[in-house]
Each structure stands twice: as C-alpha cells, then as structure tokens.
Design a binder for this molecule. Structure first.
Ligand code: SAH
Length: 239
C-alpha cells in the first residue's frame, strides 16, 4: 500500500495492477508501481508518493456507528494527559475509531461493544491498522467492568451515568472518566449523578469547535461547511 498526495487530495492505493481514475485524471498502473518520487495524472496534476502512516490508514477505517471527530479525540488526549503507560477502557466501541486512535498512543485499550455486528467492524479496523494492544469484548458496560486500575474510561453511549458505579471500582485513584454526549442535558445528568457519589470531582464540560481555512495564492478563507456541534465532553476525576 502507498498514498499519493497533492495539495488538494490524498488517496490510499492498494497494491493492484490497475489504472487509477480520479477527478484529477488517470494514473497508469505502471506509474503506480513506483514507491517514491512523483507521478502525474493525464490531466497534469502532480501527486507525491509516500508510505502510509497511521493517520492515512485511520482515515480509511470502516464506519457504521457515527465516529468521534479528531478534534474531540484531541481534547480527550490533552485534557487527561494519557501516555504510553496508560490503560484505558472505551465503551461503546461503535466503529472502533476512538479505541483505535487511543491504542496508537497508549499502552493498552479494552473496548466494550454491546452489538455483535458493530464489534465485527471494530475487529476489521483493528486488523487493518495492525494494532496489537486492543482487547475487544462484546459486553454491556452498564452490567459491570471486569478491569481494574484503569487510567481512563471513555464513554460514548446514550446513558453514561449507568456506568458510573462500575467506573468507581475500575478506575485508579486520580484516573479520568470522560463522557462524550451530543446533548447538554446528558452531560448535566452524568455530572450530577457522578458528583453525588462523592467519588468524583467535576473537572470540566466543554465543546470544541474547529474552523479549517483554505489557503491558495491570494485566497485565504474558511472552508465551508464548518464542523459545527458534535458533542460535549465531560471530564471527571476519580478521588
Ligand atoms: N466512539 C465510537 C462510536 C460510538 S457509537 C467511535 O469513535 O467509533 C456508540 C456505541 O455504543 C454503539 O455502537 C452502541 O452499540 C454502543 N453501546 C450502546 N450502549 C452500550 C452499552 N451499554 N455497553 C456497550 N456498548 C454500548
């Protein structure tokens, strides 16, 4: 596999012997055999050949459940300070996007997914990204958590408050419990119920917004459509 990349477009190219067609033109199969340097489409657009890195493959994973955005993954990483020593539980795994991204930077990830059909997609994505440090379980997190001493639990499911009592036992002291919820009312119920146990303090609830800009020659303007609201992130800390 390789990627071909220009200022406007990126494609992941499988090792096939076929010509490649895109809006930018046609690239001959024999040109695609090259492993470095640049190639031109028949319309004259130039692409550079690169070896795929994690992010190139990540952007191609299979999706069924709505996946978390990169800006929200970024906020989870930076607010919790997780690193190569961290042990994490992610539920529900959905398409496995968050589980896989976190596995790429931490020690180990346990992913819980209640639906078998979604779990299959998660498995496919783990294999595609060649991640060896994710354990996937078909399990309802509202019924309990098997693991102990976790540094972080991330919850992306409709009723995160139902996992609070299990998270109390599974998290290390000082560990984080993070819920990603589309509605602010969910964030409120989650926070209130967690704080009431006196086992958590509320660090913050926030949403992040992102505005990407198009830069070319004299043009410098925000790209539309903007990513607007995705979800609220609520950060709690086990005390
Ligand atoms: N963060 C994921 C998307 C999660 S979508 C990603 O980035 O890919 C929410 C998922 O939670 C769905 O797949 C749903 O089946 C699962 N889910 C809902 N309730 C659950 C529960 N009680 N235990 C485990 N998984 C659950």
């Amino acid at each position: 596999m390789k990627i071909i990349i220009s200022n406007t477009k990126k494609f992941l190219i499988k090792d096939t012997l076929k010509d490649f067609h895109c809006k930018q033109g046609l690239i001959k199969a024999k040109d695609l055999k090259k492993t470095k340097g640049k190639i031109k489409t028949n319309k004259g657009e130039e692409f550079f050949i690169l070896k795929p890195e994690f992010i190139d493959l990540y952007q191609k994973i299979k999706r069924n459940a709505q996946i978390i955005t990169l800006k929200d993954i970024g906020a989870i990483i930076t607010e919790t300070g997780i690193n190569q020593n961290s042990k994490i539980l992610d539920a529900g795994a959905g398409s496995g996007a968050l589980s896989c991204y976190l596995a790429h930077i931490v020690k180990s990830v346990i992913a819980y997914e209640i639906r078998e059909d979604f779990a299959k997609t998660v498995k496919t994505n783990i294999q595609f990204l060649d991640l060896k440090n994710i354990k996937l379980k078909i399990k309802d997190i509202y019924t309990g958590i098997d693991e102990k001493n976790l540094n972080l639990i991330t919850l992306d499911l409709p009723e995160p408050w139902k996992a609070i009592k299990h998270a109390i036992k599974a998290l290390k002291q000082g560990g984080f419990l993070v819920a990603y919820t589309p509605q602010i009312t969910q964030a409120l119920e989650f926070t209130n119920k967690a704080v009431k146990t006196e086992k958590f303090v509320h660090i913050k609830t926030k949403e992040t917004s992102e505005r990407e800009w198009a830069l070319k020659g004299k043009i410098a303007k925000p790209i539309t459509p903007l990513i607007s609201h995705t979800g609220f992130l609520t950060f709690l800390r086990r005390i």
